[in-house]
Design a protein around this ligand. Structure first.
Ligand code: AHR
Length: 522
């Protein structure tokens, strides 16, 4: 059964009266777009690690973002702010990467253990030249991961520390009682070892991690990896520092020379609407910038295809995971914010960037088994923004919330036939989609309409999916740069979506302009 225009408008009226946002009933194209969901051809697992986060010692990402200290007036649990902790728990953060980023290759873990008032104060040379008092160190980060119910992905220092330093850090975190390092850990308050799920062998070794050639980095990776040892029976994923965007030679050389030394390799790709010198504003942009940003983010598809193809040559059985361990939008910093803090607003455009990327990950889930959006709080494409004791959830946070049913589910391949959205010489398919059968059997179908002006009529054919009811949520806004502020924190948040009907194995969806919809079929 088709959704009638009347029904669509009624649904919109209901949503608007819900008060969270307004959807405009823009005209839909005459021909429906089609999506076919192949429930009869289940694909790879949508690894929960694809929803990973990144928390670097950068700006107010850690200090003020997740950590305020136990004596703060801001409500906290042992120093970790409660509002942020609760919000992150609600989206089931599976893994957090720490302490960098560029910070990692200048980080010396011994400076971040022991009594806080005795820890050395350093200059954060990468990010704003501010002082770093090391209040958050290994114990604080590992405890935070446990509180959050997330795994720890710790990045080691290859660029400016010897292998011994890395080896001892891993031993400090993972060894059971007995060794001197384990005793030191216990004396610092933690008797049992932590679970260290992932360990990064440096970060961006081609740049801030040491400006290495791929050949040299491959040798260093082999060398450092040799000394990362964990106790018998403990599993750890060793992650090689990956390529910058389309530096395919990096992946080629690392895989050819050093693949046996790691079980994951990264790739970093940021969506920068303009140039690195003039990236573009986070809000107040025009439609041409909207279209340009979305086209640029779609480059992720080509990158994952090409890096995966290279990896297939050396690792046809896909033992090594490709991890997009830094991704997201990078705009000009907010006017008036501290230089080097990378603080930016987050709008509906970021929400669409997030959903497009999460859909892309589904198409490469056999090889791409982890990702860390940059960054979790107050930095780049953040989940949350804080200001003193206030916090807002960003549109990107809400996309992660919409998609959380994907975690560890099974990808159901989708074929999308969509009209083009075009503006200012940029073009991309108007409709993006992915589908996953959740671990609880619910089938989740994501639909994004990138066109900021025109709704889309989407017909979704479900093959091998027996559910008989559909429910959903939608994230949209009145403007392309709709965003939440500390004074208006709920301008944009998901609300119930009633623009979909299910009959005879076909979903008919009236997909509003500039929207992200998640449908659940039971
Ligand atoms: O996320 C900000 C920075 O971007 C990271 O520190 C670095 O790895 C990358 O260049």
């Amino acid at each position: 059964m088709k959704v009638s225009r009347l029904l669509f408008c009624t649904a919109l009226a209901g949503l608007v009266s819900g008060g969270a946002m307004a959807q405009q009933a823009a005209p839909a194209p005459a021909l429906p777009d089609t999506v076919s969901v192949r429930g009869d051809h289940p694909g790879a697992k949508y690894d929960r690690h694809l929803f990973g986060q990144f928390a670097e010692h950068l700006g107010t990402g850690i200090y003020g973002g997740i950590w305020v200290g136990p004596n703060s007036k801001i409500p906290n649990v042992r120093g970790y702010r409660t509002d942020v902790l609760d919000a992150l728990k609600a989206i089931k953060v599976p893994v957090v990467r720490w302490p960098g980023g560029c910070f990692a290759d200048e980080y010396h873990w011994r400076e971040g253990i022991g009594p806080r008032n005795k820890r050395p104060v350093k200059v954060n040379t990468n990010w704003g030249g501010v002082t770093e008092d090391n209040a958050v160190g290994t114990h604080e980060f590992m405890d935070y991961s446990e509180l959050l119910g997330a795994e720890a992905y710790v990045s080691g220092n290859v660029g400016s520390a010897p292998p011994r330093e890395m080896a001892e850090w891993v031993e400090y975190m993972t060894s059971p009682t007995g060794s001197t390092l384990a005793k030191e850990r216990a004396a610092n308050g933690r008797k049992t070892p932590w679970k260290l799920a992932m360990f990064g062998i440096g970060n961006e070794l081609w740049g801030c991690g040491g400006n290495m050639t791929p050949e040299y980095a491959a040798d260093e990776t082999r060398r450092y990896s040799t000394f990362i040892k964990v106790p018998e029976g403990v599993q750890i994923m060793k992650v090689a520092s990956g390529a910058n965007s389309e530096d395919y030679n990096w992946t080629e050389v690392m895989m050819q020379k050093a693949a046996s030394a790691f079980s994951g390799i990264g790739v970093h790709y940021y969506t920068v609407p303009g140039t690195w010198e003039q990236k573009g504003a986070a809000t107040g942009f025009d439609e041409e910038a909207w279209a340009r940003t979305l086209v640029k983010t779609m480059k992720m598809e080509e990158l994952l295809q090409n890096h995966s193809r290279i990896m297939d040559k050396y690792d046809p059985k896909k033992r090594v995971a490709l991890l997009v361990d830094e991704w997201g939008t990078w705009y000009d910093q907010e006017p008036g914010s501290h230089p080097g803090f990378l603080y930016q607003q987050n709008s509906l455009r970021d929400a669409v960037v997030a959903s497009l990327n999460l859909d892309i990950f589904a198409r490469h889930a056999d090889r791409v088994r982890g990702a860390n959006i940059a960054q979790m709080v107050n930095v780049l494409q953040a989940m949350l923004l804080t200001d003193g004791n206030r916090m807002v959830k960003t549109p990107t946070y809400w996309v992660f919330d919409l998609y959380k049913g994907y975690q560890d589910g099974t990808v159901l391949p989708v074929e999308v036939s969509s009209h083009w959205y075009r503006n200012g010489g940029h073009e991309l398919r108007a409709v993006s989609s992915s589908a996953v059968r959740g671990t609880d059997g619910v089938v989740h179908v994501a639909l994004t309409n990138v066109d900021p002006n025109q709704a889309a009529n989407v017909s979704v054919q479900l093959a091998g999916i027996s559910g008989g009811t559909v429910s959903g949520r939608i994230l949209t806004g009145t403007t392309m740069d709709a965003h939440n502020t500390f004074d208006a924190p709920d301008t944009i948040r998901p609300v119930a979506f009633t623009g979909a009907t299910l009959a005879n194995g076909t979903l008919s969806v009236a997909l509003p302009a500039k929207s992200v919809v998640m449908l659940d079929i039971r």
